[in-house]
Design a protein around this ligand. Structure first.
Ligand SMILES: Nc1ncnc2c1ncn2[C@@H]1O[C@H](COP(=O)(O)OP(=O)(O)OP(=O)(O)O)[C@@H](O)[C@H]1O
Length: 704
């Protein structure tokens, strides 16, 4: 495009960027003559009410048709007041990659699972229009992903897992490091001025602890009142007990406040939630107030979290920060409750900030009247645990959601792990000129140094006794113990919880097979308690902020293995899940411990975490009395729970590329697991199920 033409464009749209390097992209995005372009011009504002009234209120199917009109409408709305987030015509540079064939294939498994579940509700098939059908499960969270792998093995594996079996080495991003430094330097000057007392720091010192190794090493030296946030937000921050920013908050806040798209990586438990919520709240605070009588008040900030627990937690944090913003409302839509209830709640209390899990959000887009229109007001889109949300289990939902919000918006993606593959696909949500802010120094570990990590490799049939011994030892060491035990599937989680209860330990369980009300209650209890063990599937792996967890035990690290998808597409691997699970301890600079318990045939996992400081631990001895005690406790565990655990275990590892490749070996291992539960004979499995798992006629299995 000739530069002359650009200057004409600039005349029409003063917000156009002038940088020559943007020309080719602009020329792709603008077509002439363009009535749409003219409609976007700020000097032709339309009366807001007239525009609103003329908008046809159609449900989701019409969303795509209406998107352009709705975008215009939102633009008009924005142009009525100065908006710091509006002047971003480089939006055109964002590229939306249409789903590849591989995406469709690999998401089929999940959809098929959904189809099974929806089938029960009378609406089979992704293409079928669903009308206000309440869904009892939470597709948006791990629990809802239980059927995602597509085979019966997946069906049996039932939950809570990602899929990947390739080893992953997360590259530290050198560009990212230098970008951070540049950003910090610029933003310190811009936001805190020369008086702020900040040193110019080198890239390596971005996450410099104010007291090395101390309990506040996650904090920066910058106070919230040194940055340009509104007095009402500041009051909220203060009441929440936050004075200094954490490292990630210091690094990202100025950039986000400037309206940039951000991809941020920071260690677990270092305040990423506030880092994206606070500037999002500022965006709402700066927006024109919404008319109380508005029939479809726009949602201005949309936060997406992978699990219900995490979404509820983010909404609670938002409410804390909003204490002095009475006009700004937060709502959470997470599944596990009746859709109609959420619809009523949203109607009764319209909000500007919506926190959601992906599946339930899609349900609302497709089934809640006027919801699609409200989403067209979104100015800030946040993907929390972004790498996980971009994996194939969620990808379709995320793409659908992104298609339902305006192209002209700010997008923020946060996670403690951002594998290179995710950086490659992050443009699904982010503009090309986004900032990658990596507060994990190059050459340092992605886990916290104050968390002692060890791995134990022991035969599977010893795992139950060992788990008991490890827990008893820890309880004896720390009267204020608070332990998370991660298991592979919901049914195995239930079995382990049953066993530990039989052994008179103070135990709770949480997984996708539990009703949401129970999950919420247990989660709240564990948050507040000490002297408690929570046995959990991966619903608790990411983001959940339980304070003062003293120990995390991971029984098997293969939770994320079993991919039917190529590594290319940005799946978080078992390495990432290990980091997130471990990250439930050692939060806010506190100390903690992590134990990884592996069977000998699982030790290949160690290769993928060889750069993490995981010591080889010596396997504790199990005395004969303890062994007997555990066996007796196992004999009291209900048979049906053992059968379900066996079936789930078999299905789970059957889907695992490495373990499930050799079916004969798989069955041997499954039967070892069965024996470890005290069963002489492995439970029988329906023939149909075995056939679908590709396990018919494999010696060692019992069919019924
Ligand atoms: N500036 C601050 N000062 C003190 N505490 C803070 C600050 N910001 C956040 N926190 C607290 O730090 C804890 C961890 O925050 P948060 O859950 O957002 O961590 P995270 O980085 O998102 O962790 P994860 O990677 O596990 O999701 C929370 O209890 C939060 O209230």
């Amino acid at each position: 495009m000739p530069a002359q033409l650009l200057s004409q464009l600039r005349f029409l749209q003063p917000l156009l960027p002038m940088k020559p390097r943007t020309l080719p992209l602009l020329s792709r995005s603008f077509f002439f003559p363009s009535s749409k372009f003219l409609r976007n011009a700020p000097f032709r504002p339309r009366a807001f009410s007239a525009r609103r009234d003329s908008l046809p209120l159609r449900p989701a199917k019409s969303l795509v048709d209406d998107e352009a009109d709705l975008s215009d409408w939102v633009d008009d709305l924005r142009s009525s007041r100065p908006d710091p987030f509006a002047s971003r015509f480089d939006d055109h540079q964002r590229e939306f990659r249409p789903p590849r064939k591989s995406d469709r294939v690999s998401s089929l498994g999940k959809r098929r699972g959904e189809g099974l579940r929806r089938g029960r509700q009378g609406s089979v098939g992704g293409g079928a229009r669903r009308k206000f059908q309440p869904r009892s499960d939470d597709e948006g969270d791990f629990g809802g992903r239980k059927l995602k792998r597509g085979g019966v093995g997946d069906f049996l594996s039932e939950d809570d897992d990602d899929d990947e079996d390739e080893e992953s080495e997360v590259d530290e991003d050198e560009d990212g490091e230098s970008e951070v430094e540049e950003i910090l330097n610029k933003s310190r000057t811009a936001l805190f001025g020369q008086q702020s007392g900040f040193d110019r720091r080198t890239a390596e010192t971005v996450p410099r602890p104010s007291s090395p190794g101390g309990s506040d090493s996650y904090l920066s030296e910058t106070r919230f009142d040194q940055c340009s946030i509104s007095p009402l937000s500041l009051k909220g921050v203060k009441d929440a007990g936050y004075e200094k920013m954490t490292i990630v908050q210091e690094a990202t806040l100025p950039v986000i406040l400037k309206g940039k798209d951000v991809l941020a990586k920071a260690k677990t438990g270092t305040g990423k939630t506030v880092a994206f919520l606070l500037p999002s709240i500022e965006a709402v605070a700066k927006s024109p107030p919404i008319d109380r009588d508005h029939r479809r008040p726009p949602i201005l900030v949309l936060v997406i979290c992978p699990t219900r627990e995490l979404a509820s937690q983010a909404a609670a944090e938002a409410n804390k920060l909003l204490k002095y913003h009475p006009a700004i409302g937060v709502q959470v839509v997470i599944g596990g409750t009746r859709l109609a209830l959420e619809q009523k709640r949203m109607q009764a209390n319209p909000c500007q900030i919506l926190v959601a899990t992906p599946g339930r959000l899609r349900d609302h887009i497709e089934n809640t009247a006027g919801f699609a229109t409200r989403l067209m007001g979104v100015k800030v889109l946040v993907l929390d645990e972004a790498d996980h949300l971009l994996d194939m289990g969620f990808r379709k939902d995320i793409e659908k959601i992104i298609a339902a919000v305006p192209k002209q918006r700010q997008s923020l993606m946060f996670s403690a792990t951002i594998p290179e593959e995710v950086r490659q696909v992050c443009h699904i949500a982010l503009r090309r000129d986004h900032e990658f802010i990596n507060t994990v120094q190059e050459g340092t570990e992605e886990t916290h140094s104050q968390v002692r990590q060890k791995h134990l490799v022991a035969p599977l049939d010893k795992h139950f006794s060992l788990l008991y011994v490890l827990l008893k030892d820890h309880i004896a060491d720390d009267i204020d113990y608070k332990v998370l035990v991660f298991c592979t599937t919901a049914m195995v989680t239930r079995l382990v919880a049953d066993l530990l209860s039989e052994l008179k330990l103070n135990v709770r369980e949480i997984h996708s097979r539990k009703p949401q009300s129970y999950r919420t209650r247990v989660s709240d209890e564990f948050r507040k308690s000490k002297g408690l063990i929570l046995v959990t599937s991966d619903v608790s792996a990411r983001g959940v902020d339980y304070p003062d967890v003293t120990l995390v035990i991971q029984v098997s690290a293969l939770a994320n293995l079993g991919s039917r998808h190529p590594r290319m597409v940005g799946l978080p691997s078992d390495r990432e899940q290990y980091i997130h699970r471990l990250g439930r301890t050692g939060r806010k600079g506190k100390e903690g411990q992590g134990i990884l318990l592996l069977a000998p045939w699982e030790d290949f996992f160690l290769h993928s975490v060889k750069d993490l400081p995981i010591e080889k631990g010596s396997v504790p001895s199990v005395d004969p009395d303890t062994k007997k005690k555990v066996e007796k406790a196992l004999s009291h565990v209900e048979m049906k729970n053992k059968e379900a655990a066996y079936q789930a275990w078999l299905g789970y590892y059957n889907s695992n590329k490495k373990v499930g490749r050799d079916k004969y070996r798989l069955v041997e291992l499954a039967n070892e697991f069965s024996r470890s539960m005290g069963l002489d004979n492995p439970p029988a499995i329906p023939k149909l199920v075995l056939g679908k798992m590709g396990l018919r006629n494999i010696p060692g299995l019992r069919a019924k």
